[in-house]
Structures are given as C-alpha cells and as structure tokens.
Write a protein that binds this ligand. Structure first.
Ligand code: NAD
Length: 355
C-alpha cells in the first residue's frame, strides 16, 4: 500500500477524484486545519505528500520528518512556502500544479480591470442606496475611461500573464510586458511590446498587472517608489501573490492620487486585516475611495472546474512519478542536481505521459 498524505484539501468528504486517479493500492491520510498542526507521525508515514494551500508551510524542520516520502506536490502554483532545497537534499522532487486555473486567473484579472474601468460595481452600489444615481450627473466615477487603446502592462509573462494579455488584446488594448526571464523574441511571437526595465513599464502602462511568482526578487516589487512611477490615472491589479505589493504604498498612492485605482485578489496578510488604513477606509466606504478599490478573497483561481483539475493533476503528479519516474512540473531540479540526484527534465525516464 502506498500512503498518500493530503494536507488541508480544498474539499470536504471523500477523496473521490484522487481515488479515480490513483486506483487501488493507495491509502489516504488527510489532515484538515481543524485537526491542528501537521504531525511528525503523518509526515514520517507518508510515501507521497500533496500540500493544498500556501498557508501550510513545509520548512526544513518538517521536511526532516519525511522519512519515506518520494515526492511532494503543491496543489497550486506558488511554492515559496516550501523549502525545496531541503527536499532536494533528501532526493525528494517537488512539483507544483501550474495548469489548473490559468484561464480563471486571467479572466479574474480582466474582470477586475474592466469592473474598475466601467464602474459596474460602483454604479450598482450607488443605485442600491440613491434614486438620483440614475442621472447622467451621477455617471462620473474616477477610473471610468475608454478601454480601447489603453496599455495593459504585464509583470511576468508566464502562463497567466500570457492568457491575460490575449484577453486584454481582445478589448483592443496594447499589451506591454516586463519579464527578464522569457526568451528573446517572445515579444515578436505575440506582437507585445517588451520593456527591459520595470520602471519603463510602470511609467507607460495604464493598467499594471502582476503575474510573477513571489521570490526574494519580487517581494514588495510594487513599493512606494514603484507606485510613484505609475501614471496618475493608472490602475494596479494584483492576482499574483500578496507579498509582491506593499499595501502601505497602495494606500499612499490612492490617497495622494498618484494612482487612480487598484484591484487586489491577494494581500500580504490573508485573510484580510481590516485595521490596515486602506482596508479600513474601504470597509467604511469612505467617499474618496469610491469605485477605486476592489478586493476579492484570493478567489481568482476558483471555479468548480478548476478545483477538480487541481485535485486531478496534483494526484496525477504523484502517480506518474511513483509509477514510472516521470515528473510533471518539477520545481527543484537545479537543487536536486546540486545535491547529486540525477533527473531528466521530465524525471528519471525520458518518456512522459501527461494528461
Ligand atoms: P508562471 O511561472 O507560468 O509565470 C511567472 C512568470 O513570471 C514567468 O514568466 C517568470 O519569468 C516571470 N518572473 C519571474 N521573476 C520575475 C521578475 N522579477 N520580474 C518579472 N517577471 C518575473 O506562473 P503562472 O502560473 O503564470 O502564475 C503567476 C502568478 O499567479 C504566481 O504568483 C502564482 O502564485 C499566482 N497565482 C494566483 C492565483 C490566485 O488565485 N490569485 C492562482 C494561481 C496562480
């Protein structure tokens, strides 16, 4: 029997989707948040681990308890909460699941940008409480402007960044990006404008949208100086990771009108801390912020379909590796090499069967 440990799954009840993927021969240990911390015993007994939420860190202290684990899979994209080097030291590949919610996050990004630019939520909220909100005099809301011809600036032209870019282009926006890690010529493949520096992107974009991972390099990438470089009528959208944006800087930028609006699906503190000055003003409905801030509860990834894909694909990563050594989206290959473990890009064997 293979023991699969699932930490804090995003489903209640039976692991039916997982069972369909693994077939017989697997036993499940499921730890749910109400059951407290991840126990050393559960880690020690596991042959494979699927970690479902970023709030559950796997630091080296916990990795040291993984006596039998052959693979760790993050059921999601971000992996900054896992000590991937500590896993590599023990020869454990770590995989993420980057392909479950790409279109949902891209749709959410555009939904936020369009909502701010068309004031759909702001008009709705006015009409709920004021009869005169039907009058033309009540139509001006700060971010509202013609979408066609605006520049949609992307930080991080990966899977989600590209999907967002294609959607922005369908609305006749010009697409620009800053991503020092994509190949030369990517701009030609897509017909997007490439900026060599973040500052150029910030200074020229009408919408700045973050789609990079949270790393040492991108932590607080949007700080006070970055906000000050943006256009006064610019909109900031963050569906990446909360830590890429300094919320104090967004508050100052909105309060001082050095930017116009923001759409935040992710926050540096989650769940949200309503005592932060920006979220306090938003909670109280202060008039200076009307139509200028949208906050959603780290929900960009979510549809019932994307959750099923996340469960199926993260389990598939376990099964494929245990079955034939093939790796699906391994994120610690360089670290594994460094510690003397040899894997091809797709795992120990050259053949790979994905999907
Ligand atoms: P990806 O790995 O496909 O793309 C990330 C891109 O960012 C890459 O092209 C990389 O080169 C680029 N990048 C890295 N460092 C950079 C830097 N310093 N400056 C600019 N670009 C940089 O990842 P993805 O699947 O597109 O995910 C993007 C982000 O979305 C991640 O932060 C992920 O955690 C987040 N995400 C959020 C949700 C949600 O529900 N809000 C869901 C899924 C993913």
């Amino acid at each position: 029997m293979t023991r699969l440990l699932i930490i804090d799954p995003q489903f209640a009840g039976d692991p039916d989707i997982e069972r369909e993927v693994t077939g017989a021969g697997f036993e499940y240990d499921i730890i749910r948040p109400e059951e407290g911390a991840i126990s050393a015993d559960a880690l020690k007994a596991a042959d494979a681990i699927v970690n479902c939420r970023s709030r559950h860190a796997l630091p080296s202290k916990l990795v040291d308890d993984m006596d039998r684990a052959k693979i760790v899979v993050q059921a999601g994209v971000g992996f900054n909460h896992i000590d991937i080097d500590a896993c590599a030291k023990r020869g454990i590949p770590v995989c993420n699941t980057p392909d479950y919610g790409t279109v949902e996050v891209a749709d959410h990004t555009l939904a936020m940008a369009l909502d701010l630019l068309r004031a759909t939520t702001a008009y709705n909220n006015r009409l709920l409480v004021r009869d005169d909100a039907w009058s033309t005099l009540q139509l001006p809301v700060r971010p509202v402007r013609r979408i066609r011809g605006l520049t949609f600036g992307i930080i991080g032209l990966g899977r989600i960044g590209r999907a967002a870019a294609l959607r922005a282009r369908a609305f006749e926006m010009n697409v620009a990006f800053y991503d020092p890690y994509v190949e030369a010529g990517t701009e030609l493949s897509f017909g997007f404008h490439r900026y060599k520096t973040l500052n150029e992107l910030l200074a020229t974009s009408d919408i700045v949208s973050l789609h990079c991972p949270l790393t040492d390099e991108t932590s607080n990438l949007i700080d006070r100086a970055a906000v000050e470089r943006m256009k006064p009528d610019a909109i900031l959208i963050n569906t990446s990771r909360g830590g890429t944006v300094d919320l104090d800087a967004v508050f100052d930028g909105l309060r001082s009108d050095s930017i116009c609006a923001a759409g935040l699906d992710v926050l540096s503190t989650e769940p949200l801390d309503r005592s932060h000055p920006l979220l306090e003003a938003w909670t109280k409905g202060e008039s200076w912020l009307e139509g200028r801030l949208l906050v959603t509860p780290h929900a960009a990834f979510y549809t019932p379909q994307s959750l099923c894909d996340m469960r199926r694909l993260s389990t598939l990563a376990v099964v494929e590796y245990l079955r034939d050594g093939s790796l699906r989206s391994c994120i610690n290959l360089p670290q594994l090499y460094r510690h003397g473990f040899e894997f091809g890009p797709y795992g120990g064997q050259s053949a790979i069967s994905v999907n």
